[in-house]
Ligand binder design. Structure first.
Ligand code: HEC
Length: 167
């Protein structure tokens, strides 16, 4: 009887292991950015606003949100940002308000962009992992190769982050 129970348990463990492996593998490829493996964080849309930005060539308005660690570090102003800091940049088309000259609102969303601080994992890119998403899906590897180069060239003196806390 005891022997039967042992076999039953062993069979159960094998079944679990067999199903767990493909599940883990499919989760790993699904929705993560190339190179960095960054994902869109759960609940980010309710994070606090750090500040806003604008991109004239793309005709976009941007809002940069941060998790609790990003908000605290941005308010305190001490650098570098601690591990676990996450910034999410939302971008929208810049749309004029009809009949009200000079007034604009945000239109349809274009991209969601993410920076995650993990100084050991992302040691070769200033401690930051990057992700750019359109309709929830990561863009290609070539685009992800451009991220750190520009942040390094223009925001090195602020731990590669452009946005300052907007009071
Ligand atoms: C040509 C320069 C350039 C490239 C390339 C670039 N960025 Fe940025 N990034 C900026 C600028 C400028 C800002 C601040 C203005 C704004 O909000 O748009 C910014 C802001 C951000 C922010 C908000 C935090 C911060 O630094 O202010 C995130 C997140 C971000 N970028 C992610 C990315 C990702 C992911 C990529 C690559 C897929 C990328 N960026 C590529 C210039 C660049």
């Amino acid at each position: 009887m005891r022997q039967n129970l042992k076999w039953a348990l062993a069979a159960l463990m094998v079944t679990c292991a067999a199903t767990a492996v493909p599940l883990a593998a499919s989760l790993a490829d699904d929705g993560a950015s190339p190179i960095f493996g960054v994902r869109i964080p759960e609940g980010y849309r309710d994070w606090k606003l750090i500040a806003v930005g604008q991109e004239v060539a793309l005709n976009e308005l941007r809002g940069v949100l941060g998790n609790a660690r990003a908000v605290e570090a941005s308010q305190g102003g001490a650098l570098p940002f601690p591990d676990g800091t996450v910034f999410v940049k939302l971008a929208w088309k810049h749309v004029p308000v009809e009949g009200l000259d000079g007034a604009f609102v945000s239109g349809s969303p274009t991209t969601v962009q993410i920076m995650v601080k993990d100084s050991a994992k992302y040691a070769t890119t200033g401690g930051w992992g990057f992700g750019r998403f359109i309709d929830g899906k990561p863009v290609d590897e070539a685009q992800h190769r451009t991220c750190f180069a520009c942040h390094e060239a223009h925001a090195k003196d602020h731990d590669f982050v452009f946005t300052r806390y907007g009071r």
